[in-house]
Design a protein around this ligand. Structure first.
Ligand code: HEM
Length: 307
């Protein structure tokens, strides 16, 4: 687990250093760094035996043997991999490592602690519709909006849509991009631009929900700001570039956002949580990254006598 945690930080560190280096030095220093920072290897090698065992069990099952019931992430990846050409243990772990890396959930947990008035309405939504969501992957508009608002104000990266010009390119304002030059979109700045978001600096957890769904009752925090058009976390739009844009927009976004909802929903249904030190800074900003500080502690208390 220590290597799994370190692997994300080490990969970000290595990537940022490589981006700063001159082109001819990048592969040399990048290669040397990834040999020294070896958490990814420990993470990978530790999971291979268990994954090989699962693949063996799958084959045994198809030959009629009784095998133990498994329900975890590795099993899920094996079962949803293409049926025609099943993945090797290595391929399954690469997938798992990519998913582990993609997690932006920690800021959502912080935001629930900082804006506890949203917890009860979201819990009511979960009580009413979580089973349907598990079955269909659809629904939970309040939780969807809360996560979107959290990622809008606390994106892990402030830059998106990185594109290298293959031919000379002129942007609509006259800026030219020469061949091999890079252009990117300042997604973090766009997220707090008043042109796109009323009260852009204000956290308004249900701003993306269709306002007709929020009847005028005391049961919901009065939205400080709402968007003219409702939208979903997975929507790709020039004003919300978390997933990039156009043909290259993240194809994993449906999975990633469903996964975030599962984790937050399970936590909300099973635990009360609070930030141990709500006033403390929660991230380290470096270049375009906003990395959660590992020492920001959240205290969890089981609800209803749970584990
Ligand atoms: C919170 C988690 C995630 C975020 C914020 C995210 C964000 C992004 C962004 C910004 C891009 C670049 C899009 C562009 O340049 O226009 C991208 C590309 C991509 N993402 Fe994700 N992603 C996440 C999770 C995932 C997951 C879980 C998967 C796979 C299971 C995935 C698979 C991909 C792939 C394959 C591409 C390349 C698409 C292409 O080049 O055509 N992503 N992602």
């Amino acid at each position: 687990m220590a290597s799994a945690r370190r692997y994300v930080e080490e990969t970000l560190l290595n990537a940022e250093l490589v981006k700063l280096l001159p082109k001819f030095l990048a592969p040399i220093i990048g290669g040397a760094l990834s040999r020294c920072l070896n958490s990814h290897k420990i993470f990978f090698n530790s999971l291979i035996p268990a994954t090989e065992q699962r693949i063996l069990e799958k084959d045994m099952k198809s030959n009629g043997y009784q095998i133990p019931q498994r329900a975890d992430c590795i099993q899920w990846i094996i079962e949803t991999a293409p049926k025609q050409s099943p993945w090797s243990a290595e391929r399954v772990i690469y997938e798992l490592m990519a998913i582990w890396f993609g997690s932006t959930i920690v800021y959502v947990i912080h935001d629930l602690c900082l804006h506890p008035e949203y917890i009860e309405p979201i819990r009511r939504e979960l009580e009413a519709s979580y089973e349907d969501f598990e079955r269909t992957g659809q629904g939970l508009p309040l939780l969807d909006s809360f996560i979107k608002e959290s990622t809008r104000l606390t994106p892990v990266e402030f830059m998106s849509v990185r594109r290298q010009a293959l031919q000379p390119f002129v942007l609509s304002d006259g800026t030219t991009v020469a061949v091999n030059e890079w252009a990117c979109a300042p997604s973090g700045a766009i997220n707090t631009c008043a042109e796109y978001y009323p009260y852009p600096e204000t956290f308004s957890g249900f701003r993306f929900v269709d306002s007709t769904m929020l009847p005028n009752t005391q049961e919901y925090p009065t939205p400080t700001a709402t968007q003219t058009n409702p939208s979903k976390l997975t929507d790709v739009d020039p004003s919300f570039l978390m997933w990039g844009t156009g043909r290259m927009a993240c194809p994993g976004r449906y999975y990633a956002s469903a996964f975030m909802k599962v984790v937050i929903a399970q936590l909300l249904m099973s635990y009360d949580f609070k930030l141990v030190n709500p006033g403390a800074t929660r991230w380290i900003s470096w270049r375009v990254a906003k990395i959660p500080k590992p020492w920001t502690k959240v205290a969890l208390t089981a609800r209803n006598g749970g584990p």
